[in-house]
Design a protein around this ligand. Structure first.
Ligand code: SD4
Length: 292
């Protein structure tokens, strides 16, 4: 029995630190995932998650989040939700529903209201400045989604061998109203099975979805690949298919752990970072480089 937790990007560090303490003290992996992601959602200077996330082309912050329980395979997700403080907590609550566990827009907001989740205007002054600058830069041109975008994704294993994962993002800056990426989509942005392992993704959702990459990584681990082999195989297979058939691939980065607490990470993009804490390693932040 051992514990482990891994997350995408340097921004996961403080949340993982807090969640690791919980795991050491026999906390469960679902609570660890929620704890880590809430810290990222609450920090106003991360421009791609929660409070302070950059808006869509209409100037609205629409947030996506998902949660999965690796024991029961229960899934909860929200897409394009506005004005709620912690989308990950709403997704986690939704994972307890047998039906209607993936809600979007107004329906997600009504559910959050009824269940007492805290409302908050998620658009910060800093985000408004970014938005206005972007409008000026693109004055006569068509608005296209902005490239810098990072989803926080966390996978966790607890001392009872239970696993969970979650994601949270504001998606692409200047996206169309109602656009969803991979992050709230099971199998693409996230997947976990406590009998095998779990994976989460970050990058260009439109391309990540084409390979259902998180499910693919868990499937490969189930066939005997180590987490690192599974992550490498899945990322470069998808990257190469996209380059062959479409001439280019968007950014695809993943992290994963198996149910023994071993981890892997892979990316086709420069500068992807991730954070991992395990019983053996304690807490480490890595920058993962492009291989192949
Ligand atoms: C999306 N995958 O909405 C998310 C954004 C992201 O790193 O992860 N960026 O497409």
């Amino acid at each position: 029995m051992s514990w482990a937790i891994i997350g995408t990007w340097r921004m996961a560090l403080e949340g993982i630190e807090k969640a690791a303490e919980l795991l050491v003290n026999r906390g469960n992996s679902g609570d660890a995932v929620e704890t880590a992601i809430k810290m990222v959602e609450d920090f106003p200077y991360y421009k791609s998650v929660g409070y302070g996330g950059l808006p869509n082309e209409n100037g609205e912050v629409e947030l996506d989040a998902a949660f999965m329980n690796g024991d029961t395979l229960s899934i909860g997700a929200v897409g394009g939700i506005k004005n709620f403080k912690n989308p990950i907590s709403i997704a986690k609550k939704l994972s307890k529903e047998e039906f209607n566990c993936f809600l979007i827009g107004q329906g997600a907001e009504e559910y959050a209201d009824k269940n007492g989740f805290e409302r908050k205007n998620m658009l910060t002054d800093r985000a408004i400045i970014h938005y206005k600058n972007r409008l000026k830069e693109t004055a006569d041109k068509r608005l296209t989604p902005y490239k810098g975008h990072d989803t926080v994704g966390i996978v966790s294993l607890d001392l009872n061998d239970s696993m969970a994962c979650g994601t949270s993002t504001s998606g692409l800056f200047m996206k169309k109203r109602g656009r969803l990426g991979d992050s709230p989509l099971v199998g693409s942005g996230f997947y976990v099975d406590s009998e095998i392992g779990g994976a989460v993704a970050t990058g260009l959702g439109e391309d990540i979805m084409k390979g259902c990459i998180s499910y693919e990584i868990v499937r490969l681990m189930g066939e005997g690949c180590s987490p690192q082999e599974a992550a490498d195989k899945a990322v470069f297979k998808l990257n190469n298919i996209l380059v062959d058939r479409r001439k280019k691939s968007g950014d695809i980065s993943v992290v994963c752990i198996n149910n023994r607490g071993e981890f892997g990470a892979a990316t086709n993009a420069e500068g992807f970072s991730f954070v991992v804490a395990t019983e053996k390693l304690s807490l480490t932040a890595y920058v993962c480089s492009v291989k192949d």
